[in-house]
Design a protein around this ligand. Structure first.
Ligand SMILES: Cc1cc2nc3c(=O)[nH]c(=O)nc-3n(C[C@H](O)[C@H](O)[C@H](O)COP(=O)(O)OP(=O)(O)OC[C@H]3O[C@@H](n4cnc5c(N)ncnc54)[C@H](O)[C@@H]3O)c2cc1C
Length: 403
C-alpha cells in the first residue's frame, strides 16, 4: 500500500493510538494539538493511579458501555490484553489490582506517555502543538490557527480525536460540536458523566462533609442496576465518588427527565435487614451509640441515620435497620460538565460508517470520547478511546488499500 498523508487532530489517547497504528502501517502521519503539550488528560487520568483498562471477561466488559453493540467490535479489536501487550512493547509492565482493574506497575501515566511519544517519533510521526483546528474552508481543507498564523491542509484522510467536553483546561473544549453540526453531522448533546450530583445537607451534616462512606451499595429508583462494594464522598454541593460515577447514567437520566433522582444507599450491604434489626435491639443498659457501633453503624453512617430518622425512632431496631438498608437521597442536579470525569453524547453512530468515517464528510474519521458512548470509570473510558482510535486508523487503512 502506498504511503498516504494522514492528519490526526487531537493528541490524546485516541489520536495518539491512531497515529501508532497508521505509522506502523507506513503512513505519513501529522498530529495536530491545540495545547502546548500532548496527552494532558491522559496525564491527569494517571494522577491518582492510571487505571488503564479492566481484566473482567469480555461479555461483562462490553456490558459496561451504553452502546455496547456498537463498541463491541472496537473493543474486540483492541481489548484489555492488547492494551497490556502494547504497554509491554513499550517496556511498561502492568498489573491487575484486587478489583480486576489494570494499572501500569509505576501507576503513573507520564513514563508510559514518554515512551509512547519516543516510539511514535522513531516511526516518523510529526507532532505539532499549539495548532488549533477551527473547521474547514470552502474547498474542504482543514483550517488551523497557529502562532505563525493561519494554516490550511488537504490530507488524504483526517482523524478527528478531539475529546469530549469536560476539563476544558486540558484541551477538550467541545467547540468541535458546532463545526461538525454545521457540516451536517448528527451530534447528541454533550452531558456530564462520571460526575458529582447535588443534594442539600442540613447544618447537622456540615462537619461530616469531605468524609468517605465506605463499603456501601446503591441503586437508583426505577433502575435495576445495583452497584455493590463501592464508596462515595459527601461534599459541600452533594455527593461524588465511585458509586455515584458508576450510577451517573441513570441518575442523569432521572434528573433530566423529572428534575431530581432518588438514590438509595445500603449502608451495611453485608447484613440482612432482619439480622441487623436483631443486632440493633436494645438490651440491658447499653447506649444507642454502643449498640449502633457494635452493629457497624458509626461516624458518617450513624450521622446519616440521625439526619434521616426522628430521635424517637433511634431506639427502634426495625426503623433503624430499614433506614440503613434503603437510605434515600434526593439528588437535584449534576455538577457542571467541566468538572465531570467524562462526557456522554457526541458524534452519533448514525453519522458514521462502520469504520468511523463521517457520512457527511468523506475521508474524515472520528475516534475517542467525542463519539456518542458512555461508560463508568474503571478503565473503560481509556479502553474505548484507544480502541476507537485503532478502529478509525484501520478504517483509513482499509480505504487506502481500496484506492
Ligand atoms: C480527572 C480524570 C481522571 C480520569 N481517570 C481515568 C482513568 O483512571 N481511567 C480511564 O479509563 N479514564 C479516565 N479518565 C478519562 C480519560 O482520560 C478520557 O476518557 C480519555 O483521555 C479520552 O481520550 P480522547 O483522546 O478521546 O480525548 P482527550 O484525551 O481529551 O484528547 C483530545 C485532545 O484533542 C485536543 N483538541 C481538542 N480540540 C482541539 C482542536 N480544536 N484543535 C486541536 N486540538 C484539539 C485536546 O487538547 C486534547 O489533547 C479520566 C479523566 C479525568 C478528567
Amino acid at each position: 500500500m502506498k504511503s498516504k498523508h494522514i492528519v490526526i487532530i487531537g493528541a490524546g489517547s485516541a489520536g495518539l493510538m491512531a497515529a501508532d497504528v497508521l505509522s506502523s502501517a507506513g503512513m505519513s502521519v501529522d498530529v495536530f494539538e491545540s495545547k502546548p503539550s500532548v496527552g494532558r488528560k491522559f496525564l491527569m487520568a494517571g494522577k491518582g493511579g492510571l487505571n488503564i483498562t479492566h481484566s473482567e471477561p469480555m461479555a461483562d466488559f462490553i456490558g459496561r458501555y451504553d452502546q455496547s453493540d456498537w463498541l463491541e467490535p472496537m473493543i474486540q479489536s483492541f481489548d484489555a490484553d492488547a492494551i497490556r501487550e502494547w504497554m509491554g512493547s513499550l517496556g511498561v509492565a502492568s498489573f491487575i489490582g484486587s478489583s480486576g482493574r489494570v494499572f501500569p506497575t509505576e501507576m503513573k501515566a507520564a513514563p508510559l506517555l514518554r515512551r509512547w511519544l519516543s516510539s511514535l517519533k522513531k516511526r516518523g510521526v510529526r507532532v505539532h502543538c499549539r495548532h488549533y483546528w477551527h473547521g474547514f474552508n470552502q474547498e474542504g481543507s482543514l483550517r488551523f490557527r497557529a502562532a505563525e498564523g493561519e494554516k490550511t491542509l488537504t490530507p488524504y484522510a483526517t482523524i478527528l480525536a478531539l475529546g469530549g467536553g469536560s476539563w476544558a483546561s486540558l484541551g477538550s473544549d467541545g467547540k468541535w460540536v458546532s463545526i461538525l453540526a454545521d457540516a451536517g453531522v448528527k451530534i447528541a448533546p454533550l452531558l456530564p458523566s462520571n460526575c458529582g450530583f447535588k443534594t442539600l445537607w442540613s447544618p447537622f451534616m456540615q462537619t461530616h462533609l469531605g468524609k468517605p462512606l465506605k463499603n456501601i451499595s446503591g441503586w437508583v429508583q426505577g433502575n435495576k442496576e445495583c452497584i455493590s462494594s463501592s464508596e462515595a464522598v459527601l461534599t459541600t454541593y452533594g455527593i461524588e465518588g465511585g458509586l455515584i460515577y458508576a450510577l451517573s447514567r441513570p441518575l442523569r437520566e432521572a434528573v433530566m427527565a423529572t428534575g431530581s433522582a432518588t438514590l438509595y444507599l445500603d449502608l451495611l450491604p453485608h447484613s440482612s435487614e432482619a439480622a441487623l434489626a436483631t443486632r440493633l435491639a436494645h438490651t440491658g443498659k447499653q447506649s444507642t451509640d454502643n449498640i449502633w457501633r457494635k452493629a457497624g453503624l458509626e461516624g458518617l453512617k450513624a450521622a446519616l441515620i440521625r439526619e434521616m430518622l426522628p430521635k424517637k425512632k433511634w431506639s427502634d431496631p426495625f426503623a433503624v435497620s430499614a433506614c440503613v438498608k434503603k437510605y434515600p437521597l434526593t439528588l437535584t442536579g449534576m455538577q457542571p460538565i467541566d468538572e465531570a470525569i467524562s462526557t456522554a453524547g457526541g458524534v452519533m453512530r448514525e453519522a458514521l460508517s462502520e469504520d468511523l468515517m463521517l457520512h457527511s464528510l468523506p475521508n474524515v474519521f472520528c475516534a475517542g470520547e467525542m463519539l456518542d458512548w458512555d461508560a463508568p470509570t474503571g478503565g473503560y473510558l481509556l479502553t474505548a478511546s484507544f480502541a476507537s482510535g485503532v478502529f478509525a486508523a484501520k478504517g483509513v487503512l482499509k480505504m487506502a488499500a481500496l484506492d
